[in-house]
Design a protein around this ligand. Structure first.
Ligand code: ATP
Length: 241
């Protein structure tokens, strides 16, 4: 492992996401909690990056800033050089729907819908035109190795398979950036590795960028860069050789 320089610089085509001077304070006065402070980073396009840190270190808060689900108290977030923190809420939502896929620890599948219906429904609620949705949903399920099981409901699938369906739902609209909050936390080691393999293939085949949080040291070895947080600050950046 060597130290990774991800200090802020000018607009760089190879940088998909950049954060400059991020700070996030929740609440006011005596009850104020500073969840993030002085965060600068650059995420290289087509890489897998893990944010690590103890519970409460600010990982989810940072992911929420990077995906524009939440706004920083101070600082800026740039996507391909374009400042997201300046955009209106409406424009940010439109950007998120088009360019970002979101994956969560708890899968979030609808129990009464089979795998295919979950993915296709995800496309519909994101406002993707219905024409082409069937092909897009099937292609996404194929990419995660779940096409054969697409008529199965979540209750008939293992945790790892459910998470793969959730990933298919997140990538069906072909986002360039996948943001995943503890995607392997509910899974055993073998299934966690399956999910990581799926991410790796998405990066390799379609050049997607994956930014995820994790507590698991085994998972961290499988990414390209690890950013460690402590008390809301970045304390180390490591490139995995
Ligand atoms: N909406 C909120 N209101 C007040 N404090 C918050 C809020 N969200 C997060 N925090 C606080 O900000 C800090 C960072 O929380 P965050 O969820 O980002 O940590 P985390 O590293 O993702 O933790 P975990 O691994 O447990 O998910 C914590 O002290 C948390 O209590």
């Amino acid at each position: 492992m060597t130290s990774l320089q991800m200090e802020p610089s000018g607009i760089n085509e190879m940088v998909i996401l950049k954060a400059a001077g991020l700070k996030r304070v929740f609440g006011r006065g005596q009850a104020a909690v500073t969840a993030l402070t002085d965060v600068h980073l650059e995420i290289p396009a087509g890489s897998m990056v893990a944010l690590k840190g103890r519970s409460g270190s600010g990982k989810t808060t940072l992911l929420n800033m990077l995906s524009a689900l939440d706004e920083p108290t101070e600082g800026q977030v740039f996507f391909r050089g374009c400042e997201m923190t300046k955009m209106s809420g409406k424009d940010r939502s439109a950007w998120r729907r088009k360019d970002i896929g979101l994956v969560f620890q708890s899968f979030g599948l609808i129990p009464l819908m089979n795998a295919y219906e979950n993915v296709e429904f995800g496309l519909r609620i994101a406002g993707t035109p219905v024409k082409g949705n069937k092909e897009a949903a099937e292609h996404a399920l194929e990419q995660v190795g779940m096409k054969e099981r697409m008529r199965h409901r979540p209750g008939e699938l293992s945790g790892g398979e459910q998470q793969r369906v959730a990933i298919a739902r997140a990538i069906a609209h072909k986002p360039v950036l996948l943001i995943a909050d503890e995607p392997t936390a509910e899974l055993d080691t073998r299934m966690g590795l399956q999910v990581m393999r799926v991410f790796r293939e998405l990066v390799r085949r379609s050049g997607m960028t994956v930014v995820m949080t994790t507590h698991d040291p085994g998972i961290m070895e499988l990414v390209d860069h690890v950013i460690a947080l402590e008390d809301g600050k970045i304390v180390s950046r490591t490139t995995i050789e």
